[in-house]
Ligand binder design. Structure first.
Ligand code: PEP
Length: 247
């Protein structure tokens, strides 16, 4: 199914100081001058969320966090809860990014608990899934990704606003992207898993992994690609806006 309203979300990762919010403000200004029908969001480092929310207020850019703890508060030194993100002005949160699954040992069960925390806090979760190159080469990509969908998406999501982001690990930050055929095959498999599991026939399934102004139109035109999760190319307003306009 083609979705007419796409969701284009930037992930700044561990990049950005206060001065860099000028890029986010440039996105806000450009969208005020030439509005888009698409949803646009930027997920900032936790340190910037409150300031970003204040500076982007009244505009079309939704503010998000990049991770949250599963608990609302407590003795978890260095962590940030979903409730804190919401309080700082976020409306979105990425959970289960492969950099957290691989680098911080997050399991599907951890991700599902974070999704529940996000929902309790009133945040819209963007749940990331994706296979490694070894898994794809072994012919296990669809099995791995649909397994992550089953394990990372709790029943609490039924009827709620959320998104899934398919991000092949080997495409993140590498400049490599899957073929249009591989994207179509995976997004169709994710849709089937979403419908079977949660009756989620219209939940956006974003593609992420080396999306840039040159390849965005082709990727976003694929059936069941409901938007993009954009890392590196979201740091510069011009590049990010070109992707928003390509959708
Ligand atoms: C990401 O990490 O979510 C991502 C898609 O990164 P990049 O666009 O830089 O590959």
């Amino acid at each position: 199914m083609k979705q007419s309203v796409k969701m284009i979300v930037g992930n700044w990762k561990m990049n950005g100081l206060a001065a860099d919010l000028a890029q986010a403000e440039a996105v806000k200004t450009a969208l005020a001058e030439a509005p888009t029908a698409n949803r646009v969001g930027l997920c900032f480092p936790a340190t910037l969320i409150a300031q970003a929310a204040w500076r982007l207020k009244g505009g079309a850019v939704e503010v998000g966090g990049q991770d949250c703890h599963a608990a609302a508060s407590g003795a978890f030194t260095g962590s940030v809860s979903a409730k804190m993100l919401k309080d700082a002005g976020a409306s979105l949160v990425i959970v289960g990014h492969s950099e957290r699954r691989a680098g911080f040992g997050e399991t599907d069960a951890d991700v599902a608990a974070k999704v529940e925390a996000a929902l309790r806090a009133g945040l819209e979760p963007i749940v990331c899934v994706g296979e490694t190159l070894e898994e794809r080469d072994a012919g296990r990509a669809v099995e791995v990704v649909t397994g992550q969908v089953a394990g990372s998406l709790p029943e609490a999501l039924r009827g709620q606003a959320f998104a899934v982001a398919y991000e092949p690990v080997w495409a993140i930050g590498t400049g490599r992207t899957p073929t249009v055929h591989q994207v179509a095959e995976m997004h169709a498999a994710i849709r089937r898993a979403l419908v079977d599991r949660l009756g989620a026939a219209t939940t956006p399934i974003l593609y992420g992994g080396s999306v840039n102004p040159k390849n965005a139109a082709e990727l976003l035109a694929v059936d069941e690609v409901g938007g993009a999760l954009v890392g590196g190319a979201s740091l510069k307003a011009d590049d990010f806006l070109a992707i928003v306009r390509a959708a």
